[in-house]
Design a protein around this ligand. Structure first.
Ligand code: HEC
Length: 225
């Protein structure tokens, strides 16, 4: 047979095989075709914590997070709402917010005017609006007691409350509570500076009772930021 004849014969054979395959293999699109390695299609379903048949006896794929893991955005706090823990927080915690972080102080001023002024008053003197309607007034934050509080203690008071003051952890984020601490500290520092050096105070005697920072807080509030 010539080379051409051989080629034609093999082509005809191929055509025959393809034709036969076409007849044999079902062409119903709703039916599954023959699968050579269907294991990946029908994967074995396992419960996350159930024993796995191909693993050694008793071994599990344990997907629980390791002991001591902390979920992102959910930092634990190892303090309780007690005065003892407030003191401990004062010893152990330090404000992560820098005292000269302008953005943080602005945020602290905004938070204070939102959450704290109703009781503590805009100037932190404990003369907020609700105190004029029968709510027992909080002490001024410029009294020696408040000045002597450690940063961590103030953070604990905002987080867990103290006496008549409710906790603010649900309303004010952890980082924001530190910004409040920074804002209070700045107000306290500027008042004591003014008290020591009244001559350098551009606001005259008035600013001795109203911390200068509060004037800034008012601007923040109006700009709505
Ligand atoms: C519902 C009124 C009220 C609100 C709102 C409030 N406080 Fe107080 N706060 C108090 C009272 C009352 C006390 C005194 C509690 C006590 O020791 O019995 C206090 C105490 C404090 C103290 C401790 C003062 C000291 O010398 O012991 C700090 C600091 C403080 N508050 C900060 C804040 C901050 C910051 C906010 C806003 C997030 C805030 N408070 C909101 C009522 C309030």
């Amino acid at each position: 047979m010539s080379r051409l004849g051989l080629a034609n014969l093999s082509l005809a054979l191929l055509l025959l095989i393809l034709g036969a395959a076409h007849l044999i293999i079902p062409s119903d699109p709703t039916q599954r075709n023959y699968q050579f390695f269907p294991n990946m299609v029908d994967a074995l379903a396992h419960e996350a914590q159930a024993p796995v048949p191909m693993l050694a006896e008793g071994r599990r794929i344990d997907l629980r997070p390791p002991e001591g893991s902390i979920a992102k955005g959910h930092l634990p706090s190892h303090y309780g709402p007690t005065p003892e823990d407030a003191l401990r927080a004062g010893r152990e915690l330090h404000n992560p917010v820098a005292s000269d972080d302008a953005g943080a102080l602005k945020r602290g001023a905004f938070l204070f005017s939102t959450f704290c002024t109703p009781c503590h008053g805009p100037g932190m003197h404990g003369d907020g609006l609700v105190t004029k309607r029968g709510v027992p007034p909080p002490p001024s934050l410029f009294l020696p007691h408040a000045l002597d509080l450690a940063d961590g203690q103030i953070w604990h008071i905002i987080s867990y409350g103290q006496g008549n003051m409710a906790p603010y952890a649900a309303q004010v984020e952890r980082e924001d509570r530190w910004k409040l601490v920074a804002y209070i500290r700045q107000a306290q520092a500027s008042t004591s500076r003014e008290a020591q050096a009244p001559a350098q105070n551009p606001f005259g005697t008035r600013a001795q009772t109203t911390p200068q920072t509060h004037e800034q807080a008012g601007t923040v509030e109006e700009s709505g930021s």
